[in-house]
Design a protein around this ligand. Sequence first.
Ligand code: CAA
Length: 392
Amino acid sequence: MFVGIDDISFYTSGKYLSLSSLARQNGEDPEKYRTGLGQDRMGVPGPDEDAVTLAADAAWPLINKENRQRISTVLFATESGVDHSKSAGIYVHKLIGLRENCRIVELKQACYSATAAVQMACALVMRRPEDQVLVVASDIARYGLGTPGEATQGCGAVAFIVKANPALLAVDTAYGCHSEDVMDFWRPNHMDTALVDGKYSTLVYLRALVSSWQHYRHDGGQRFTDLARFCYHLPFTRLAEKAHRKLASTEGQSLQGGLLDKQIAASLLYARQTGNSYSASLYTALLSLLENDEDDLAGQRIGLFSYGSGCVGEFFSMQVQPGYKKRSRRALHLGLLENRQELEYADYARLFSYSLPVDGGYHELPHGAAGRYRLAALDKHKRIYTTTGTQA
Ligand code: CAA
């Protein structure tokens, strides 16, 4: 029996800041962001959007009459949690109308936790093949105005259904992990922006890649040359290029003759437009690859590298299933990215500095969400989510 991803969808905020505007404001050459970091735009959430609304917007297109009854578990991966105690998944479970007999939990390890969710979901389905698991990964990347990390902010969510005999991707059992206690990126409980040792974080990322790869190979994983495409965690897309060169050189492989582009370019398209979406980023890369690679990838294997600062890395692989293109939501996702509203720098800075009231009173929140769900109000420190009436 194969277990893996049967359907996948993503969502990002309806607003963005062009990195050319940011470069102008910060006195930087726009090429530094465009070419040096490989980013064009960053998604900017509205005052009534958070990890829950983004996740619900990503998940609802996947839900139908049949799987509504079969989804036994919701795994919510995030590092932008809205409550220290209650899982963000409980709000999503209600918003998209799943059955009551369902287990729900939130998972955290920086940008890595969605991969832990994939492995857990596969194990659950192996145990009970009639069950399905909904995995959602949703994050808002915030570093602070004027910081070096600012150009790598962004937001987005990905949702997917894990089941037996999946229509899109079968997850291979071989894996390779690397964990070590490092302070490359972290966010103390009292802060709403991340702290980061930027250059160091990229070095640890590459070290974790090589170590995870070696463990994956030792575990019986595919050879480099047997993997047709590669998806990397994308804090900024240029890092995938560096990572892929590093992996190829570790294996003594050349990427000449357009091989670098062929193996990673289609996976970078969406993240160039959304910016970093932390836990959702690797799976946004996977979705971007499936929807935009011009070749028929059926039967081919994809290598994936997941990285969460602090740190945990994991290399694993998936095999693309025949007929996978029939499930594509390419037009929906391209429309979502294209139809966003561009913000002036001043509007972005105002939204960035907005913070939710914390006095425990009743507050209706300003409208901004372009999707189907919004955080409508706060009442006695409780979050009240509603639909917007939009079918986006
Ligand atoms: N034209 C073209 N390229 C230019 C340029 C120009 N005019 N000016 C500069 N560049 C290039 C630089 O040469 C550099 O490329 P190389 O690394 O290949 O040399 C690139 O643009 C970036 O320039 P800098 O290194 O000078 O940029 P910086 O110091 O201002 O910041 C950063 C870069 C450290 C990545 C910063 O954006 C940051 O701190 N980001 C947040 C941390 C991060 O994303 N870390 C990634 C690994 S951790 C992780 O993966 C978890 C996670 O999601 C956070």
